[in-house]
Design a protein around this ligand. Structure first.
Ligand SMILES: Cc1cc2nc3c(=O)[nH]c(=O)nc-3n(C[C@H](O)[C@H](O)[C@H](O)COP(=O)(O)OP(=O)(O)OC[C@H]3O[C@@H](n4cnc5c(N)ncnc54)[C@H](O)[C@@H]3O)c2cc1C
Length: 486
């Protein structure tokens, strides 16, 4: 590593004084749970866990780190999938938890805007706005842990991107502490603002490498008036694409989600969940989960739209069979099948997981080519694509041969499998990360496959905003040559 091996005890003393006993600990028992990433692939070491309680404290802490050249690893709920919030094993970085900054600063129900500290958990945000008959249109499986700061810093997606966009589209304003401890305040939302670069958009998705997000202003929508959840059985992924186009044309802006589930994944979930049943009787190669939503007062439209959508799709041979959830409980059951794919497959054994995207129009071709290509190149492996077809983003998982030893397979095969998949994705003009970010897990692959001009520009931005390289070094971009010495 290229950061100082032994920051002075004076640095630690100053951090203790600044943050007080609730704001800093180096007690191994308290720190240890935060040193391993969600998937358990990376474990690091740290000087200690800093938990500031205000933007002023974050700014003063970053100023100290800047002065002493101490690298910082920002962490929210630690639910990230790419190891971005896990320190390296040098033991010379400071782990900066944002979880104590968990206040909702303001909620303007008329303007439909909320200002949240970075540590507000997504589920808390949902609950708070629901009480005001509003909703925040982004959700994901890690909502009980993921924080606003983490969602912003990874530009998180989820199941509603089709209609509402990713986190980038929800952020109206941002407050962040920059690498020298100065505070960038763009919290006030402006519909029109042409004063040069959009710095909040630069920080969104920067994975803690350009600034520490301390608060965000987020857009809200009126609560929904009703939803219908549909389940369709399909013969192929190409049919799924045709059905998606049909849904977009027929349901327009009522279409909230369109997820695809292959036969293999549904079977895995039915094995995994003791009481689960397939929504349809017959066997189908593919399934589509479709959600239609209306605003309050327009609920009566839903049944008609759902019914005619399925009837016309059946007439045009765009599906084999379909059903509409009879009530909210059944709608939840349909979604549970979709949300249980990842844990059900984890229970089967190790897998190389890729959150990839290609142009929406090319996704069916990609899956049709990639699945047999991967299975031919890696015998006894199962390739599975599921998820957000409407966004051109699927989770492309390659399951190791049954009975494989996890550590052995990961050491011997997983990297080669991933490179093979990423090469195919790149050939389709796609992205090796549609949702989860680069973190530490994909740094090498981004360097290998990324556009050279884009990579050089990112390095130049990083150098300009963080010349000492103290913000989450080694994540997203490889470690730069040695930072300035103190
Ligand atoms: C069951 C499950 C389902 C998931 N489903 C989805 C999904 O559908 N779509 C999706 O996009 N993601 C998904 N995720 C991944 C994860 O929830 C998101 O990446 C989320 O945005 C991470 O938030 P966090 O607060 O846990 O961030 P962390 O994991 O703590 O950190 C993630 C990254 O952001 C940086 N960071 C965190 N907070 C800050 C801050 N305040 N300032 C600067 N940098 C910061 C970290 O350094 C790290 O690089 C899922 C996770 C789980 C466990």
């Amino acid at each position: 590593m290229n950061h100082p091996a032994h920051p002075t005890s004076s640095f630690i003393d100053q951090v203790r004084t600044l943050l007080g006993p609730r704001g800093f600990t180096d007690d191994p028992e308290l720190v240890e749970p935060w040193l391993t990433d969600w998937r358990g692939r990376f474990t690091g070491k740290t000087l200690g866990l800093a938990s500031p309680a205000s933007t002023d404290e974050v700014a003063a802490l970053v100023r100290l780190c800047h002065e002493y050249h101490v690298p910082i690893v920002p962490q929210g709920g630690n639910s990230g999938m790419s190891g971005g919030a896990t320190p390296d094993d040098s033991g010379t970085t400071l782990l900066l938890s944002m979880r104590r900054m968990d206040a909702i600063r303001s909620l303007d129900t008329k303007a439909r805007e909320i200002v949240c500290d970075a540590g507000v958990v997504l589920q808390t945000l949902h609950d708070a706005v629901e009480m005001e008959r509003l909703r925040f249109p982004l959700t994901l499986g890690g909502k009980g842990s993921a924080t606003v700061g983490g969602l912003v810093s990874t530009n998180a997606g989820g199941t509603q991107v089709l209609r509402h966009g990713s986190m980038r589209a929800q952020v109206l304003g941002l407050e962040a502490v920059m690498a020298d401890g100065s505070v960038l305040d763009t919290l006030t939302p402006l519909k029109k603002d042409n004063r040069g670069f959009d710095l909040k958009q630069l920080l969104i998705g920067s994975e803690g490498t350009l600034g520490i997000v301390t608060a965000a202003t987020l857009r809200l929508l009126p609560e929904i008036g009703g939803r219908r959840v549909l389940w369709a059985g399909l013969g192929s992924i190409r049919q799924a694409r045709e059905l998606l186009l049909h849904c977009e044309a027929h349901a327009g802006d009522l279409l909230e989600g369109f997820e695809v589930v292959p036969r293999h994944s549904l079977a895995a979930v039915l094995d995994y969940l003791p009481d689960a049943r397939s929504p349809l009787r017959g066997e189908h190669e593919w399934h589509a989960l479709i959600e239609l939503v209306v605003q309050e007062g327009a609920d009566d439209r839903l049944d008609l739209v759902a019914q005619t959508l399925l009837e016309s799709a059946l007439e045009q041979d765009l599906l084999q069979d379909a059903t509409i959830a009879a009530n909210e409980h059944q709608a939840e059951q349909f979604w549970l099948l979709r949300e249980s794919i990842a844990p059900a497959e984890r229970a089967i054994g190790p897998a190389a997981q890729h959150d990839i995207s290609v142009p929406v129009a090319r996704m069916a071709d990609f899956v049709t080519e990639a699945v047999p290509a991967v299975e031919a190149r890696f015998p006894d492996h199962d390739a599975i694509a599921f998820g957000h077809l409407g966004d051109g983003n699927v989770h492309f998982h390659v399951l190791a041969p049954r009975g494989s030893d996890r550590a052995e397979w990961e050491a011997s095969q997983a990297k080669e499998v991933s490179s093979f998949v990423y090469d195919l994705v790149t050939r389709y003009g796609g992205s090796i990360s549609a949702e989860h970010g680069i973190g530490q897990v994909k740094v090498d692959e981004l360097q290998r496959l990324g556009d050279p001009v884009a990579l050089a520009t990112m390095r130049a931005v990083k150098q300009a905003l963080d010349p000492r390289g103290i913000l989450n070094p080694g994540k997203l971009l490889p470690l730069a040559s040695a930072p300035d010495s103190p």
